[in-house]
Design a protein around this ligand. Structure first.
Ligand code: GAL
Length: 347
């Protein structure tokens, strides 16, 4: 009984604040002076759920979401942003999204902790009539056994108020491999006819990690270069883990390691420290690749302490995500997918 009363109260609250129409701020009371009408301010409530604040790339991305929303504000239109840290825990993020729904957000921008939970969250958000912009972690179609398929995701295709904004991770992997293939020795430093590499992977549940791992090597083999995988370990996008994995591989395989591919720059920063500690020199006796083009890494590519990286355009992606969210707030029709290109970064 108590439960029913609580649900009814929640429903009443929900109905009261989730009309989808902007709230009217400023002086909107019926006794207001007539001139107050012209100063009415529409405030849109925006819920942004980030998979984890403690992530170098997503920190740049989320800060730019906030900055860019600010630049779009006018005297009459304001954006009230609530940003949550999923702490890389799906249960925590689910609670946060449930909170967004009860608070009646006008739009939700969602960077999933686990793309395998996309269906459950999309269903709730769609049922609450809130437009949804998925970012950074692309949910993929999957078969009945849960294997990912190279097809667009039905949860996006079938819901006109749901879309994905991101970059095609295949492109970033391909660019990493091409950077090595384009080196004068094609990555074969010791001239034994093959490129012996170590792969440091991001979160394996994430398609960015899967595709970067696959396509970096595919670019080499497509160029007719023979490869040998010495080691392939999961570093979960994390700098400290990247350093540990690289240090262990360098101890174990020594001079045989010719290339270290990292699925992102944070792990490449860790690997760079391990390379220095092992007395190796990037560009002379080893090559090092990352993805993201963090500012420190652009600097390192410039001074030769990193071979190359790939710009994961957080400005382009965050601005597109915000522009799409604003479109949704204005009742415009959304496309299913919005793609932002990666860019190869070499000296
Ligand atoms: C990738 C990025 C990684 C990490 C990850 C989080 O696109 O390259 O550094 O931020 O997203 O999902």
């Amino acid at each position: 009984m108590k439960k029913l009363a609580a649900s009814l109260l929640a429903l009443a609250l929900l109905a009261g604040c989730s009309s989808g129409a902007p709230e009217t701020g400023g002086d909107s009371s019926s006794t207001a002076a007539p001139e107050a009408a012209s100063s009415d301010v529409k405030t849109y409530n925006v819920g942004v759920a980030i998979y984890q604040f403690n992530d170098n790339f997503m920190t740049l991305y989320r800060q730019e979401i906030e900055n860019y929303f600010k630049t779009l504000e006018t005297d009459n239109v304001k954006y009230n942003i609530t940003m949550t840290d999923g702490k890389n825990d799906m249960a925590t993020q689910t609670e946060q999204v449930d909170g967004f729904i009860t608070q009646g957000m006008d739009v939700i921008i969602l960077n999933l902790v686990q793309t395998s939970s996309a269906d459950a969250l999309i269903d709730k958000i769609v049922a609450a009539d809130i437009p949804l912009v998925l970012i950074n972690r692309e949910p993929l179609a999957y078969d009945k056994d849960g294997n990912t398929l190279d097809e667009a995701y039905e949860g996006i295709l079938n819901n006109p108020t749901v879309c994905y904004v991101g970059a095609d991770a295949r492109q970033s992997g391909t660019f990493q491999g091409e950077i090595v293939a384009e080196l004068p020795d094609h990555g074969d430093i010791n001239g034994d006819g093959k490129v012996s590499y170590v792969m440091i992977e991001g979160d394996p549940e994430n398609i960015d990690a899967q595709y970067r791992t696959e396509f970096s090597i595919k670019a080499l083999t497509d160029a007719g270069i023979e490869v040998e995988c010495l080691d392939d370990q999961v570093g979960n996008w994390d700098q400290t883990k990247g350093q540990e994995i690289a240090a262990n591989a360098l101890t174990k395989y020594g001079d045989a390691v010719e290339v270290i591919f990292c699925n992102n720059d944070a792990m490449a920063l860790g690997a760079a420290a391990a390379i220095t500690a092992a007395g190796r020199t990037v560009g002379e006796d080893i090559y090092l690749l990352g993805v993201d083009a963090l500012e420190e890494c652009q600097e390192m590519v410039n001074n030769g302490t990193m071979t190359g990286t790939v710009l994961n355009d957080h400005i382009g992606q965050s601005h597109t995500a915000v522009d799409v969210a604003v479109k949704a707030l204005n009742g415009e029709t959304l496309d299913n997918y919005y793609w932002v290109d990666y860019v190869k970064v070499t000296k």
